[in-house]
Design a binder for this molecule. Structure first.
Ligand code: ZN
Length: 208
């Protein structure tokens, strides 16, 4: 895998997903990050995920790759050079406990192999992105289907918000949020990520 710098994620960016977890719909982008050690490639192989700390939920997301240093007002199609699909794995029971305590989400979101990525494809542009759905198949059955038209905060808003608050440069990636349909994985599940009709990657889950 090429060198990836910062791994940003947008929480609750699809209304139906925020609501399915009983969360309020945010009024500004909710950003968190993962360590680069969380990255794992969906190349058909097994991916080991911690299975001893409660439910592990999949969250299928469209992932943007930033190709140059972002400056204020830069167009999305200029800043983003590639895209992929990814899974933002989440220790849901751990996250529920952390939320109750008001603690940071890192233990629930930043564990090893929690940031799964397919191979990258050339970014077709924000407009063209709306023409295709992305989809997660679990053991051949559709588990999640999303379209960026349903995002609460669009790519442009997300990029400028991250730039202003945290910085955004070449090699950074952004998981842009998950649509409804998240659920717990089971040991041996085969997860495949599709962009339109094209499968960009898949993996087998090994709970350890
Ligand atoms: Zn997510």
């Amino acid at each position: 895998m090429e060198t990836i710098r910062n791994v940003y994620c947008v929480g609750r960016n699809y209304r139906l997903h925020a609501e399915e977890l009983g969360n309020a719909v945010p009024t500004s982008p909710m950003i968190f990050s993962k360590p680069t050690h969380a990255l794992a490639q969906a190349n058909g192989d097994e991916i080991s995920i911690i299975g001893s700390r409660g439910e592990v939920h999949y969250e299928a997301e469209l992932v943007l790759h930033i190709g140059k240093a972002y400056t204020s007002g830069m167009a999305v199609d200029e800043a983003v050079d590639k895209m992929a699909l990814g899974i933002d794995f989440t220790l849901r029971d751990v996250q529920t406990e952390l939320k109750k305590k008001g603690h940071p989400w890192l233990p629930a979101k930043g564990f090893r192999n929690s940031a799964v990525l397919t191979s990258f494809v050339a970014f077709p542009g924000s407009g063209a992105c709306k023409q295709a759905d992305f989809c997660l198949l679990r053991n051949g059955q559709q588990a999640q289907r999303g379209n960026i038209q349903d995002m609460l905060f669009d790519f442009s808003t997300i990029l400028s918000f991250i730039h202003e608050n945290f910085g955004l440069g070449e090699g950074d990636i952004i998981y842009t949020g998950t649509p409804a349909g998240v659920a717990a994985v089971a040991d041996g599940d085969r997860l495949a990520l599709l962009w339109g009709e094209n499968q960009l990657g898949d993996c087998i889950i090994r709970l350890t």
